[in-house]
Design a protein around this ligand. Structure first.
Ligand code: ADP
Length: 541
């Protein structure tokens, strides 16, 4: 029997229609790239997104065409997303922190027809434009007064461009499985890989993100996505906030501790999300200035493991709930969130922190399993660690223009992460499969050691890599960046770590560096570190 319910395709422009109808006045505040703060609301975002769609349509952009954005989180970027999707085209967020060669490769691979760029990236694009034959037009996200002289092909100021449209336009309609967005993984090895989101997958994920055991957004929330829209689909916030009718605060390009604190306080932000590096800068700023977080209720921390000391400070000093989250570009990107189920809800102190540093439990629509190298399922005992595999309607089944089969026989995608699952379904990442340290046939978790080391009050950042050892195959080397003006001896830090992990996990040596290299999405670049220390002679060797 066929259903008698309405056929209502899950299309992303319905999200902004809903927000503009039922939460029309909810503010969208941005720190503009030009400097001043800009305020609009969902009705305003929708009105201008319609102009974007109309204008793209007039420029000949059609269903399935790719439109790139190189832009910070501002109202213009949000309007552009909805305008692009509303004409049936695909927003392709390009991460401007990638190497120039990778940016060229990605834009060519996606065959982007138009590039919308912030002022910040005009000089970069001018250097690359010769190598971008598919791009017909560059739209600079600014007004005529701030438009720089540029030789970029058909360049126009965004405000001038949309002023040529009156907004009298109807969103295009198509199947919910139509591509809506595209994001490339940074590809620490090999070329970047293109992940393509559908209208349907974006909406399903946004509904998931809004569950009480996820971001838990409501129309009473004021959300600041510090995580850029160009990082893993902006963690869904461009969809989940308007679905919930939550206000948005867009931080623009200033992501240092003082600027973030200013936005959090001035606009009474209740929920925010970013990678640990951002929160490290915020906490350092608060410690230096004696600042507080009187309005913030929840902080989502993901992209890399949330260090224990970070969770402890947010929860115990600043009274902010930590929601540790895990995911990846291929998962739209949310895979799990760490909120407390009844089994853990009454925990306090260290026992609670033990749970908060786990990556959490998957929401509905994400299925997980862990497997050993032979493909056997491992028990959920909180100890057995294996390859983490996932499946669901918001998980990629293939990469763009790539025939390789990325799913196993049961349809699970290999995340490349190594994890444990506990009896209550809490997942904890112990490593990337390529970063795990193999010592005497046993595995040592580099992440656990890093988290432990950054718990030392004088340590700013820590990385642990495996270094060749004649007897054990590999042994851990601890690489440390100290906080400004601080120093410690090797034994001080190793003594600090002793007793907190198995003795044979304690690193064989410590090196101090000025800086640890990061990828374009803020993760520690282990490949570069391994290369740098590949001939390092451990004192135990
Ligand atoms: P990229 O690979 O382009 O940097 P992704 O966001 O897709 O960007 O990276 C996904 C990977 O990031 C995951 O597979 C995992 O290794 C790591 N990751 C994400 N969140 C966490 C977390 N909370 N704890 C530990 N690792 C994480």
């Amino acid at each position: 029997m066929l259903v008698l319910m309405q056929d209502w395709p899950l299309l992303c422009h319905r999200v902004i229609d809903h927000a503009a109808t039922h939460h029309a006045n909810r503010m969208v505040v941005s720190r503009s790239v030009e400097g001043p703060t800009h305020t609009t609301n969902y009705a305003g975002i929708r009105a201008r997104a319609l102009k974007v769609a109309q204008r793209l349509d007039r420029d000949g952009i059609r269903l399935g065409d790719r439109v790139a954005t190189l832009a910070w989180n501002t109202w213009r970027h949000l309007e552009a997303w909805y305008g692009i999707m509303g004409v049936g085209a695909i927003y392709h967020t390009v991460n401007p922190r990638l190497f120039a060669d990778q940016i060229v490769w990605i834009i060519n691979h996606a065959e982007d027809r138009i590039v919308l760029t912030d002022l910040t990236f005009v000089p970069l694009l001018e250097k690359l434009a010769d190598k971008l034959p598919t791009v017909e037009r560059y739209i600079v996200l600014t007004d005529a007064a701030h438009m720089p002289p540029t030789a970029l092909r058909n360049a126009v100021a965004y405000e001038t461009w949309i002023a040529e449209a009156d907004g009298d336009f109807a969103w295009k309609s198509f199947d919910e499985n139509t591509a809506a967005g595209m994001c490339y993984t940074s590809g620490t090895t090999g070329n970047p890989k293109g992940v393509v989101y559908s209208h349907r997958s974006n909406i399903l994920l946004a509904l998931t993100a809004n569950e009480p055991d996820a971001f838990g957004l409501s129309s009473r929330d004021i959300v600041m996505p510090v995580v850029p829209l160009f990082h893993a689909n902006g963690w869904s916030i461009a969809f989940s906030a308007p679905i919930a009718g939550a206000s948005l605060v867009m931080p623009g390009m200033k992501l240092d501790g003082a600027s973030i604190h200013e936005m959090l306080t001035a606009y009474r932000v209740s929920c925010t999300a970013a990678v640990p590096t951002i929160w490290l800068m915020l906490l350092q700023h608060l410690e230096a200035t004696g600042g507080a977080l009187p309005y913030l209720k929840r902080v989502v921390i993901g992209g890399s493991a949330c260090p224990r000391a970070m969770a402890q400070k947010f929860e115990n000093i600043y009274g902010v709930q930590v929601i540790h989250a895990w995911g990846m570009t291929e998962m739209s990107p949310l895979g799990s969130l760490c909120t407390l189920k009844p089994e853990y809800a009454s925990l306090t102190g260290d026992a609670k922190l033990d749970v908060l540093v786990k990556q959490g439990h998957p929401p509905f629509m994400i299925e997980m399993k862990i497997e050993d190298d032979a493909g056997r399922r491992l028990p959920w005992d909180g100890k057995s660690s294996g390859r983490l595999m996932v499946r669901g309607p918001t998980v990629a089944r293939a990469y763009y223009k790539d025939d390789s089969d990325i799913l196993d026989a049961e349809g699970f995608f290999d995340t490349g992460d190594v994890a444990t699952m506990d009896p209550y379904g809490y997942m904890q990442i112990t490593d990337r499969s390529k970063d795990v340290i193999k010592s005497g046939g046993e595995w040592i978790s580099s992440i656990e050691l890093e988290n432990l080391a950054v718990g030392h009050p004088k340590v700013a950042e820590a990385a642990v890599i495996g270094v060749r050892h004649p007897k054990w195959d590999e042994r851990p080397l601890l690489v440390l960046v100290m906080k400004k003006g601080e120093s410690i001896g090797k034994n001080d830090i190793l003594d600090y770590m002793r007793g907190k992990v198995a003795n044979w996990w304690i690193p064989d040596d410590v090196v101090f560096v000025d800086e640890i290299p990061h990828t374009a999405t803020g993760k520690i670049q282990k490949t570069t570190l391994r290369e740098r220390f590949k001939d390092y002679r451990l004192p135990t060797a």
